[in-house]
Design a protein around this ligand. Structure first.
Ligand SMILES: C[S@@+](CC[C@H](N)C(=O)[O-])C[C@H]1O[C@@H](n2cnc3c(N)ncnc32)[C@H](O)[C@@H]1O
Length: 233
């Protein structure tokens, strides 16, 4: 339950501050944060009744009712500006994360730090951030049970403009030469090659344009890997 991914996100949060965990599910992150004395209090928000019940059970099991406050609601809406110094929005698709931020911009901008962990479409999240007054301050990758997880650390503020390939790779993962990045990009290339193969066999209108789009992605990602590994490809 206290996985490497949970641990990584917990250690990226500002110690000693109140944190909001949005989409808490079983409330594993809040419990980890309190049990390890990283923060004094967590406001855990959950939209759906089943996961909220699971969260209640976890909090009760650890006797943390006074330190983890559960709120039922949508995204950041149950949080007032100033109630939390940081928030975590993890384990959801990139489009859902973007809409949670977009629907509560005032609250999001009041936070000192936001940890985002999209399960898909991280490029859409980076693109949203750079055009809506948020800046990436760190990025991490976690490999757990053969799956890569991207973790974005964000603050309100002006951002640099990144091109499409950097939005996909993660500009900070690239600039700090994250040790898991080459493996992660290899996995993406493998996935895109499968798409290219199926587009090759498709007679649908636009299949060739799509194929060219993915071939270009593969070309650029291979260049990035060779740069990371410092070998010509
Ligand atoms: C896959 S779980 C991730 C749980 C946890 N955050 C983690 O990373 O391990 C996603 C959770 O987010 C909840 N959720 C989805 N959309 C939400 C929203 N708009 N507001 C609050 N919770 C939401 C779901 O009900 C589900 O419990």
């Amino acid at each position: 339950m206290f996985t490497k991914r949970i641990e990584k996100m917990a250690n990226l949060l500002p110690a000693g501050k109140v944190v909001a965990d949005i989409g808490t599910d079983h409330a594993y992150l809040p419990v980890y944060l309190i049990k390890n004395s990283i923060v004094p209090r967590v406001i855990a928000v959950e939209l759906n009744p089943g996961p909220l019940e699971a969260a209640k059970n976890t909090v009760a099991k650890y006797g943390l009712q006074g330190k983890v406050e559960l709120r039922r609601g949508d995204g950041l809406k149950p949080i007032m500006p100033g109630e939390a110094a940081a928030a975590v929005i993890a384990g959801m698709g990139g489009a859902t994360i973007n809409s949670i931020l977009a629907e509560s911009l005032e609250v999001a901008k009041s936070l000192k730090k936001i940890i985002l962990q999209p399960m898909s479409d991280a490029h859409l999240v980076r693109s949203y951030l750079q055009s809506h007054g948020f800046r990436l301050v760190d990025e991490e990758l976690v490999l757990e049970d053969n799956r890569y997880y991207e973790v974005l650390v964000v603050q309100p503020g002006d951002s640099s403009e990144f091109d499409d390939i950097m939005l996909e790779i993660g500009p900070i993962l690239f600039s700090k030469r994250h040790p898991l990045l080459a493996g992660y990009l290899e996995e993406k290339i493998c996935h895109y090659k499968q798409i290219i193969d199926s587009l090759d066999r498709s007679c649908k209108v636009g299949a060739q344009e799509k194929k060219q789009y993915f071939e270009e992605k593969v070309y650029f990602l291979e260049k990035v890997i060779s740069c990371l590994l410092d070998v010509p490809r």
